[in-house]
Design a protein around this ligand. Structure first.
Ligand SMILES: [Zn+2]
Ligand SMILES: [Zn+2]
Length: 263
Protein backbone atom coordinates (compact mmCIF):
# COMPACT_ATOMS: atom_id res chain seq x y z
CA UNK A 1 0.00 0.00 0.00
CA UNK A 2 1.05 3.57 -0.67
CA UNK A 3 -1.40 6.15 0.61
CA UNK A 4 -1.87 9.87 0.34
CA UNK A 5 -4.32 12.39 1.76
CA UNK A 6 -4.61 16.15 1.51
CA UNK A 7 -5.60 17.33 5.00
CA UNK A 8 -5.69 21.06 4.22
CA UNK A 9 -4.97 22.77 0.93
CA UNK A 10 -5.19 26.43 -0.02
CA UNK A 11 -3.77 29.86 0.57
CA UNK A 12 -4.95 29.73 4.19
CA UNK A 13 -2.95 26.66 5.11
CA UNK A 14 -1.53 23.39 3.85
CA UNK A 15 -0.79 19.97 5.31
CA UNK A 16 -0.66 16.68 3.41
CA UNK A 17 0.30 13.19 4.44
CA UNK A 18 1.82 10.25 2.60
CA UNK A 19 2.37 6.82 4.11
CA UNK A 20 2.88 3.11 3.74
CA UNK A 21 3.03 0.33 6.32
CA UNK A 22 6.41 1.48 7.65
CA UNK A 23 6.66 5.22 7.10
CA UNK A 24 4.46 8.26 7.65
CA UNK A 25 5.54 11.64 6.31
CA UNK A 26 3.77 14.93 6.87
CA UNK A 27 4.21 17.36 3.98
CA UNK A 28 4.05 20.97 5.25
CA UNK A 29 2.37 22.14 8.44
CA UNK A 30 0.71 25.46 7.64
CA UNK A 31 -2.30 25.19 9.94
CA UNK A 32 -2.38 24.78 13.72
CA UNK A 33 -1.00 21.65 15.32
CA UNK A 34 -4.39 21.05 16.89
CA UNK A 35 -6.16 21.06 13.52
CA UNK A 36 -3.52 18.84 11.90
CA UNK A 37 -3.81 16.34 14.75
CA UNK A 38 -7.62 16.30 14.47
CA UNK A 39 -7.42 15.84 10.70
CA UNK A 40 -4.94 12.97 11.11
CA UNK A 41 -7.20 11.30 13.65
CA UNK A 42 -10.15 11.69 11.25
CA UNK A 43 -8.31 9.35 8.87
CA UNK A 44 -7.22 7.05 11.70
CA UNK A 45 -3.61 8.17 11.92
CA UNK A 46 -2.10 8.64 15.36
CA UNK A 47 0.14 11.74 15.15
CA UNK A 48 2.60 9.99 17.49
CA UNK A 49 3.35 7.53 14.69
CA UNK A 50 4.59 10.21 12.26
CA UNK A 51 8.22 9.80 11.15
CA UNK A 52 9.11 13.19 9.67
CA UNK A 53 7.97 16.48 8.19
CA UNK A 54 9.13 17.61 4.76
CA UNK A 55 8.67 21.28 3.92
CA UNK A 56 8.12 22.70 0.43
CA UNK A 57 8.98 26.32 1.29
CA UNK A 58 8.94 28.86 4.09
CA UNK A 59 5.68 30.71 3.35
CA UNK A 60 3.48 30.73 6.43
CA UNK A 61 0.66 28.77 4.76
CA UNK A 62 3.14 25.86 4.58
CA UNK A 63 5.49 26.37 7.51
CA UNK A 64 3.67 28.15 10.36
CA UNK A 65 3.32 25.06 12.57
CA UNK A 66 6.36 23.07 11.47
CA UNK A 67 8.14 23.98 14.73
CA UNK A 68 5.10 23.14 16.86
CA UNK A 69 4.68 19.71 15.25
CA UNK A 70 8.41 18.95 15.47
CA UNK A 71 8.57 19.86 19.17
CA UNK A 72 5.33 18.11 20.08
CA UNK A 73 6.16 14.81 18.37
CA UNK A 74 9.97 15.00 18.25
CA UNK A 75 9.91 14.95 14.45
CA UNK A 76 12.86 15.54 12.13
CA UNK A 77 12.16 18.39 9.72
CA UNK A 78 13.59 18.12 6.20
CA UNK A 79 13.93 21.32 4.17
CA UNK A 80 16.35 23.03 1.81
CA UNK A 81 18.90 25.42 3.33
CA UNK A 82 17.00 28.33 1.78
CA UNK A 83 13.74 27.20 3.36
CA UNK A 84 15.47 26.76 6.72
CA UNK A 85 16.91 30.28 6.49
CA UNK A 86 13.47 31.61 5.68
CA UNK A 87 11.58 29.88 8.49
CA UNK A 88 14.11 29.28 11.29
CA UNK A 89 13.61 32.73 12.81
CA UNK A 90 9.87 32.46 13.40
CA UNK A 91 8.78 28.83 13.77
CA UNK A 92 10.26 28.52 17.25
CA UNK A 93 13.13 26.31 18.34
CA UNK A 94 13.66 22.96 16.67
CA UNK A 95 15.89 20.40 18.37
CA UNK A 96 19.30 20.44 16.67
CA UNK A 97 19.04 16.71 15.90
CA UNK A 98 15.75 17.32 14.09
CA UNK A 99 17.14 19.94 11.70
CA UNK A 100 17.72 18.08 8.43
CA UNK A 101 18.71 19.44 5.05
CA UNK A 102 18.25 18.24 1.51
CA UNK A 103 19.29 19.78 -1.79
CA UNK A 104 16.63 20.63 -4.32
CA UNK A 105 16.87 18.19 -7.22
CA UNK A 106 18.71 15.54 -5.14
CA UNK A 107 16.85 12.42 -4.04
CA UNK A 108 16.94 11.18 -0.45
CA UNK A 109 15.26 8.48 1.63
CA UNK A 110 13.06 8.65 4.70
CA UNK A 111 12.91 5.04 5.86
CA UNK A 112 11.50 3.11 2.89
CA UNK A 113 10.14 6.06 0.89
CA UNK A 114 12.34 7.74 -1.71
CA UNK A 115 11.82 11.47 -2.01
CA UNK A 116 12.75 13.39 -5.12
CA UNK A 117 12.52 17.12 -4.54
CA UNK A 118 12.43 19.40 -7.57
CA UNK A 119 12.73 23.18 -7.85
CA UNK A 120 9.56 25.14 -8.53
CA UNK A 121 9.29 28.72 -9.81
CA UNK A 122 7.83 30.59 -6.81
CA UNK A 123 8.78 33.67 -4.80
CA UNK A 124 10.46 31.85 -1.91
CA UNK A 125 14.14 31.19 -1.11
CA UNK A 126 14.52 27.65 -2.50
CA UNK A 127 11.03 26.17 -2.95
CA UNK A 128 10.39 22.61 -4.09
CA UNK A 129 7.74 20.13 -5.09
CA UNK A 130 8.15 16.47 -4.21
CA UNK A 131 7.81 13.12 -5.89
CA UNK A 132 7.52 10.20 -3.47
CA UNK A 133 8.46 6.74 -4.68
CA UNK A 134 7.70 3.40 -3.16
CA UNK A 135 7.17 -0.06 -4.60
CA UNK A 136 7.31 1.20 -8.19
CA UNK A 137 4.66 3.86 -7.53
CA UNK A 138 5.08 7.61 -7.77
CA UNK A 139 3.01 10.27 -6.05
CA UNK A 140 3.82 13.90 -6.83
CA UNK A 141 2.90 17.13 -5.10
CA UNK A 142 3.43 20.41 -6.97
CA UNK A 143 1.77 23.57 -5.70
CA UNK A 144 2.85 27.23 -5.49
CA UNK A 145 4.01 27.35 -9.08
CA UNK A 146 4.38 30.63 -10.98
CA UNK A 147 4.59 28.97 -14.37
CA UNK A 148 5.17 25.58 -15.95
CA UNK A 149 8.49 24.75 -17.58
CA UNK A 150 10.01 21.68 -19.24
CA UNK A 151 11.93 20.64 -16.15
CA UNK A 152 8.79 20.75 -14.04
CA UNK A 153 6.82 18.76 -16.63
CA UNK A 154 9.59 16.19 -16.64
CA UNK A 155 9.39 15.84 -12.86
CA UNK A 156 5.63 15.48 -12.63
CA UNK A 157 5.39 13.08 -15.59
CA UNK A 158 4.84 9.40 -14.83
CA UNK A 159 3.00 10.00 -11.55
CA UNK A 160 0.38 7.50 -10.44
CA UNK A 161 -1.20 10.40 -8.55
CA UNK A 162 -0.44 14.07 -9.18
CA UNK A 163 -1.54 16.85 -6.88
CA UNK A 164 -1.22 20.05 -8.88
CA UNK A 165 -1.99 23.64 -8.00
CA UNK A 166 -5.07 25.19 -9.59
CA UNK A 167 -4.98 28.43 -7.66
CA UNK A 168 -7.18 30.98 -9.37
CA UNK A 169 -9.50 31.78 -12.20
CA UNK A 170 -7.84 34.53 -14.23
CA UNK A 171 -11.07 36.53 -14.73
CA UNK A 172 -12.03 36.34 -11.05
CA UNK A 173 -8.52 37.46 -10.11
CA UNK A 174 -8.48 40.33 -12.60
CA UNK A 175 -11.97 41.55 -11.72
CA UNK A 176 -11.68 40.83 -7.99
CA UNK A 177 -10.92 43.14 -5.13
CA UNK A 178 -7.28 42.23 -4.51
CA UNK A 179 -4.92 45.22 -4.64
CA UNK A 180 -3.03 45.57 -7.93
CA UNK A 181 0.31 44.66 -6.38
CA UNK A 182 -1.08 41.38 -5.05
CA UNK A 183 -2.75 40.56 -8.39
CA UNK A 184 0.59 41.12 -10.08
CA UNK A 185 2.39 38.88 -7.59
CA UNK A 186 -0.09 36.02 -8.07
CA UNK A 187 0.03 36.30 -11.89
CA UNK A 188 3.81 36.61 -12.04
CA UNK A 189 6.17 33.88 -13.18
CA UNK A 190 6.93 33.26 -9.48
CA UNK A 191 3.37 33.41 -8.16
CA UNK A 192 0.60 30.84 -8.53
CA UNK A 193 -0.85 28.63 -11.26
CA UNK A 194 -4.27 29.50 -12.73
CA UNK A 195 -6.99 26.98 -13.56
CA UNK A 196 -6.35 27.16 -17.32
CA UNK A 197 -2.65 26.34 -17.10
CA UNK A 198 -3.35 23.59 -14.55
CA UNK A 199 -5.95 22.22 -16.98
CA UNK A 200 -3.63 22.36 -19.99
CA UNK A 201 -0.86 20.69 -18.00
CA UNK A 202 -3.13 17.91 -16.78
CA UNK A 203 -4.61 17.43 -20.26
CA UNK A 204 -1.09 17.00 -21.64
CA UNK A 205 -0.18 14.46 -18.98
CA UNK A 206 -3.47 12.60 -19.44
CA UNK A 207 -2.83 12.39 -23.17
CA UNK A 208 0.45 10.66 -22.28
CA UNK A 209 -1.18 8.14 -19.97
CA UNK A 210 -1.54 9.75 -16.52
CA UNK A 211 -4.84 8.90 -14.88
CA UNK A 212 -5.27 10.34 -11.38
CA UNK A 213 -5.24 14.02 -10.56
CA UNK A 214 -5.96 16.06 -7.47
CA UNK A 215 -6.10 19.82 -7.94
CA UNK A 216 -5.42 21.98 -4.92
CA UNK A 217 -4.16 25.17 -3.31
CA UNK A 218 -7.34 26.93 -4.48
CA UNK A 219 -7.68 30.61 -3.68
CA UNK A 220 -10.65 31.41 -1.42
CA UNK A 221 -11.11 34.76 -3.10
CA UNK A 222 -10.44 34.06 -6.78
CA UNK A 223 -11.64 30.51 -7.33
CA UNK A 224 -14.12 27.90 -6.16
CA UNK A 225 -14.00 24.12 -6.39
CA UNK A 226 -16.69 23.71 -9.08
CA UNK A 227 -15.05 26.27 -11.34
CA UNK A 228 -11.57 24.75 -11.00
CA UNK A 229 -13.02 21.29 -11.65
CA UNK A 230 -15.01 22.51 -14.68
CA UNK A 231 -12.05 24.35 -16.22
CA UNK A 232 -9.66 21.42 -15.84
CA UNK A 233 -12.30 18.93 -17.08
CA UNK A 234 -12.86 21.08 -20.15
CA UNK A 235 -9.14 21.08 -20.92
CA UNK A 236 -9.02 17.29 -20.57
CA UNK A 237 -12.05 16.99 -22.89
CA UNK A 238 -10.24 19.25 -25.35
CA UNK A 239 -7.56 16.62 -25.71
CA UNK A 240 -10.16 13.97 -26.57
CA UNK A 241 -10.28 12.34 -23.13
CA UNK A 242 -13.01 12.38 -20.55
CA UNK A 243 -13.08 12.69 -16.75
CA UNK A 244 -14.90 9.65 -15.39
CA UNK A 245 -13.94 7.58 -18.38
CA UNK A 246 -10.57 6.34 -17.19
CA UNK A 247 -9.48 9.75 -15.88
CA UNK A 248 -9.98 10.62 -12.22
CA UNK A 249 -10.08 14.25 -11.14
CA UNK A 250 -10.60 15.49 -7.58
CA UNK A 251 -10.45 18.85 -5.84
CA UNK A 252 -8.60 19.14 -2.51
CA UNK A 253 -10.63 20.98 0.12
CA UNK A 254 -9.31 24.01 1.95
CA UNK A 255 -10.54 22.83 5.32
CA UNK A 256 -11.42 19.19 5.04
CA UNK A 257 -9.42 16.07 4.29
CA UNK A 258 -9.63 14.62 0.81
CA UNK A 259 -10.35 10.97 0.25
CA UNK A 260 -7.49 8.66 1.13
CA UNK A 261 -5.81 7.68 -2.12
CA UNK A 262 -4.45 4.15 -2.16
CA UNK A 263 -1.98 4.02 -5.02
ZN1 LIG B 1 1.09 28.29 -0.57
ZN1 LIG C 1 4.03 29.98 -1.34
Amino acid sequence: MFKFCSLFSGSSGNALIIWNDQTKILIDAGVSGKRIQAALRSINIDPHTLDAIVVTHEHSDHASCVGVMSRRFNLPVFATRGTWRGMAGWIGGVNEANIRHFNSNEAFMIKNIEIRPFSIPHDAADPVGFSFLYDGRKITVATDIGHMNDRLIENITGSDLLMLESNHDMVMLEEGRYPLVLKKRIKSDYGHLCNDIAGQTIAGLAARGARRFLIGHLSAENNYPELAYETVSRCIAGSGLCVGNGIELYVAGRNEASMVFDI
